[in-house]
Design a protein around this ligand. Structure first.
Ligand SMILES: [Zn+2]
Ligand SMILES: [Zn+2]
Length: 138
C-alpha cells in the first residue's frame, strides 16, 4: 500500500483540495498513470481542476521525491507513487498493464566492471515485457 497522502503530509506539504485530489488519484499499488490519466481521474473528483494544476502538482511531487517518473514505453511519461522501494517494471505488450517487480539480483550492481567503461553508475531501469495471463489466453 502506498501512502502518498500521508507521506506528503509528513513532508509538511501544504494540502489544498487540488493537491489532495492528485495525491488520491495516484495512491495505491502498481499505479503508473500518465499526466492526462491523472487529470481525467482528478476531474471526476474535482471538476474545476485544471490540466496545468495537475501538471504542476505532479512536478512538485517528483521534486519532493515522493513520486517517480517512469518511461516504460515510447508513449507518455508515467507517474508512480512507489518511490521508496526500488523496483523494476513488468509490462504487458498487449493491454499495457504494468506491475512493480523486484528482481532477485540487483541490476545496479550486476553489471560487470568490464562493462562499466569507467562510469560511476547511480541508477538503472529495467523493463520486462511479455503477455499477462489474460492476454496470453485470449
Ligand atoms: Zn495484457
Ligand atoms: Zn512502479
Amino acid at each position: 500500500m502506498s501512502d502518498l497522502l500521508e507521506r506528503l503530509r509528513g513532508r509538511g506539504w501544504r494540502m489544498t483540495a487540488q493537491r489532495r485530489v492528485v495525491a488520491e488519484v495516484l495512491d495505491g499499488d502498481h499505479v503508473h498513470l500518465t499526466a492526462d490519466e491523472v487529470h481525467s481521474r482528478a476531474v471526476a473528483k474535482l471538476p474545476e481542476i485544471s490540466r496545468a494544476t495537475v501538471y504542476n502538482t505532479l512536478g512538485e511531487m517528483v521534486s519532493l521525491g515522493e513520486v517517480i517518473e517512469v518511461a516504460t514505453d515510447k508513449r507518455a511519461k508515467r507517474y508512480d507513487p512507489n518511490a521508496h522501494r526500488p523496483h523494476q517494471h513488468l509490462v504487458c505488450a498487449q493491454c499495457g498493464q504494468i506491475r512493480d517487480v523486484h528482481p532477485s539480483g540487483n541490476p545496479l550492481t550486476d553489471l560487470p566492471d568490464s562493462e562499466r567503461f569507467g562510469f560511476t553508475i547511480s541508477d538503472v531501469e529495467v523493463t520486462y515485457r511479455g503477455l499477462c495471463p489474460s492476454c496470453a489466453t485470449a
